[in-house]
Each structure stands twice: as C-alpha cells, then as structure tokens.
Ligand binder design. Sequence first.
Ligand code: GLN
Length: 631
Amino acid sequence: MTSPPLVRAFILPGMSSTPQSDQAVSPVQALLQRLHDGEAGNTAGDVASYIPELATADPALFGICVVTAGGAVYEVGDTRQEFTIQSISKPLTFALALEAVGEEVVREHVDVEPSGEAFNSITLKPGSGIPLNPMVNAGAIATASLIQPIGFEKPIDRILHEYSIFAGRDLSIDEAVFSSEHRTGHRNRAIAYLMKNSGALDDDADVEEVVETYFRQCSTLVNCRDLATMAATLASTGVNPVTHERVAREDTVRSVLSVMASCGMYDAAGDWLYNVGLPAKSGVAGGIIAVLPGQLGIAVYSPPLDEHGNSVRGVRVCEQLSEELRLHVMSPPRRPAPPIRSLHSCVESCSRKMRREPEQHLLRDYGARVRQLELQGEISFAAGELISNTVLKDVEAVDFTVLDFSAVRSVDSLVVPILSGLVDAFEATGGQFAFCGVRHHPTFIEQISVEREALGRPPVRQFRDLDAAIEWAEDGLIENYGDFTEPDEIPLSEHGSTAGMDEARIELMAQALERREYPAGARIYSEDDDVDELLLVTRGMVNVGATDSEGDVIRIATLPAGMTLGEVAMLSGGTRIGSSEAAEDVVAWALTTAAYRQLAESDPGLITLFLENTMKMISLRVAHLRRQLVR
Ligand code: GLN
C-alpha cells in the first residue's frame, strides 16, 4: 500500500482548465471550476413537478459556491440565479424555534430520529404522535407552528427576518411558487391535520395558517451564494462569517447540525453520511447545503433531482469535494496539530538576560531541570492529557515547568480542571509551575482562576512571555544551586573592553572616559538619540528594549556589568538598536566619539585592542542570541 501524496493532484489539472488570464487563480476556485466543468454535462434526474411552478425551472442551471469560516467566497456558474429555498428552510426554522421557545418545548413537538423515509412521509412516532424529526415535512410544519410573531406582524415575517440574517441580505418570497404549492399541497395539509389530531400541533394552532407559514418559508427566494453563506454561518458556530453578525447560539447550531447529519438527506441520509460525511440539507428546487463545522459551507444549485428528491449534480459535487478535500467529519486528517510544538530545557534555550560566566556554567549544568513547553493550536481534552503526561514524566528530574500559550488558538473550557490539577500535581513534588503568553486567552485566565479559588488553591504564576518565564526559572536555578555574591563595582581593568591592556593604557583609557551613574529605572539611551558615545558598564544590569506594534517595550537583552552598551551604533555610525534603561543602580564609563578619535590618534595600538575586545563581546552576544533563536 502506498500512502496518498501530500500535495493533491487537483491543483495542477484544475488550474490548467481555467481560462488563460493574467490574474492568479486560487486553487480553491480552480477546483470548483473543474467540478463544475465535470458535472455540467450530467443531465440525469428530473426537475420537481409536484409543485407545478417548480417544473418551469431550467434544468441546465448549475452553480457552486463555497464560503469559508474566514468569510472568503468562491463561486462558479449560476450562483446569482434565484430559486426557492424549499426544505433547506427546515434547519433554519428549527434553529429559530430552539431559541424562540426553548429546546424542551421543541422536543415536545418533534423528535430527532432519522425516519429513513421520504421527505413527504406521513409517518408520526407511534405512541406520542409527534413527527420523527424536523427535517421531514411533518417535523418542519410542527417547528414552524412554534414560531410566534413577537415583534412582527406574522410568524412568516419573523422567519424571513431570521433567514435574511443567515444570508446577510434581505430575502423575499416567490409568490408564484407559494400559490402553486398552496393550491396543490394537500399532502402537507393532510400531515398537518394528522398532527393536529395527535397533539403535535397545539390546540390553539390554526392548521391552515401553520401550513401557509410553512409554504411561504419554503418559497423564500435565495441564490447559491446565500445558501453557502447560511451553511458557513452554521460552520462558524452561528456567526455569519461575511457580516460577522451572530445569528444563532453555539448550542443551537450544534443541535441543528446533528439533525442535519442524521436526517438532512431523508431516506438517503445514511448513505450520505457514509459517503460524503457532512451535515447537509437539500430542497426540491435543486439546492443543497453541506457544512464542515469550523471550516466551510458549501452550496450547490441544480434543479434535476434523483429519486430521493436530492439534486443530482449537487450530490455529485458534494461527494467529489468531500473526497478530494477529505472533508468527511469522521476522517482521521481532522486530527488537530500536536499541542506541544517544542520542548526545551534551559541548556539550549535561554532568556534574553545575559549572565556572567559562573552563572552561565551553572545554567549549563542544571538547565535540564527546567522544562519549557511551547503549546500550539486548540487545547482540547486530548491535548490537555498529552501535556499532563509530558509534564509529569520523570518529574523528579525537573524543578521548573513553563507552559507557553503564545501560539495557542483556543483553550477548551473542559481542560481547565485538567491544567489546574496538573499545576498542583507538579508542585506537590516540590517543583514550581508557570504559565506565559496567556493574555490573549482572557476567558481561560478567568476560568482557571475561578476554578482555583473555588478549590482554595493559589493562583497560577503567570508571565507576559516565554522570555520572562525562562528568566524566572534561570533565577530559580541560580538561587537553588549557586552561591554567588554580586561584585559591588568592577574596576576598569576587569572590564571586558580592557583585556590585554597594560596599566599605562588602562590609565590612558581612564582619562578619556567620563563616569556616569544611573539610578534603577533611569533611561540611558532612547531609540532616536543622537549617537555620540558608548558606555562601559561596571556596575548593575541594563535592559535594552524595542517598542512593538502594540506599543509595549519588548526586551532585546539584559546586559551585565563588564559589557559595553551602544558600541554597535557608535562604531558603525548607525542609529541605536533600541532604548536602554538601568534595571538596577548602574555605574558606567562613557567614551565619547571625540575622545575615541583622540585616543585613536595618540595610541592606535590601544584602539586596536579595544576594538578586538569589543568584537569578542559582540560575539558573546551573538552566541547568546543564537540560544534564543534556536529553540
Ligand atoms: N415545500 C416542499 C414540500 O413541502 C419542500 C420539500 C422539499 O424541499 N424536500 O413538499
């Protein structure tokens, strides 16, 4: 068995079949065009005629439209041709009823069992006498009977309003199709009277009015693009991805999609779920919608129908799209990306804080006692379980665990107790736990703090980003395993820039320098300062930062005493890389451009040594940078 190719072949043939043009053609557009070309000649099936007005439809009309959850629209063929929505109205009215009268009342009037029967079947559930599901006519008539015209003149006005938000434009009713069905729809009337008798329609429901509402909703005029937008709204948990308006609640959409999956294609529903694997709904005017939750909505319009009342070309296009793009909801490629993007220790991945030699040694020796997990994608139950397993493995060898959420898209609320429990389980072994990069997930922060407060647990330690969290873990290692005392102020002779210089030269340097003091928090250089000096830092730490697009200052590096500051800009004649600030009380020696020129003239050998030393310090900074980049 050979595995399927990663790059699907459709892109090339699809693109070559599109007309020559200077414009780049999206591969999605090309695919739809190819499917349209392939099925246009398929003339199987018959246009519905039991509603006389539908028989006038042109069997050649054929449109395909895909709208993504991101709001992108792809259309091929007759996508702006209007036709009546017919049974595709059923899931929409079901959604409206669920929100208008509540699930309990809806379920008293209609069940959610696949009937395995035709759309116009007269079967009611033995015993309760309610329709089997809201996707067959009986169920849809029962659902429509539940809509009260609150805020509107008639129920149909409220229904039409709802459909219009689903479509993102004002929809209207085809009066000719309505009267045609109103005149001939005796079977639907019969079903409604049976339901009135069995109690599936309430005592005060007027059968003629209910049936009229139902016929009108079925006669709503839509085009293929409207239907694809409606399908994409269902794919996007109820938010229209084009207008960004919320049409239905998330739980409502889940209920609607479930019924579409099991009952949407009538007596072909089982076959459809097996082959195409997408919640879907068809209408006798030739429309079909299919939904891939979270990703896209598909609509096809082509009037000729098969023996089940489903559009022949519509079924074919959905089958091929599902096959080529692996859209089947049960397909294994639906598996999310692995939640742990990388796992590092402080041996290979360090913070932007540069450490003095002895501390660097210690971090190399003990760095493995820190675990940094960069998470990604959607953190669901399975992801939470995997993260827990990874964190709790060989737990005795680890003192600090950091979970980085910067690349996480969403955190499912059901993993909140799992992650909270993980923090406690890890800390129970004597370790310390921290989250970072969670500020884009305010709901998660809220949920986990509520959870921990309810259990009487302390809040989880949080850092802005991975860099800050790693610095915390490094400081922790240094405190646990080191025994260093901070030198008060290093003499100029021990500064990195004077290595290899004799006393006379150090003295010459000292005379050329100006002593500076910066209290903790003081600004040293700004990004737009004139560059006319560099600093030899002999006491305290300096933060170098740059302002990001959100206006926050992001740390580029923290430099210890013994390093130089501002040398790159001064020696290269460029601008400051960033701004700098004293992280603690700082003492430094300034070498101005003028003093540097004078030294270069009076003792070129001194400047050669100075430049060599500066180069070595820059290379240390590059090596330090490398350990941040290579995580
Ligand atoms: N209005 C049509 C009917 O009730 C809707 C049927 C359908 O689209 N399957 O017969």
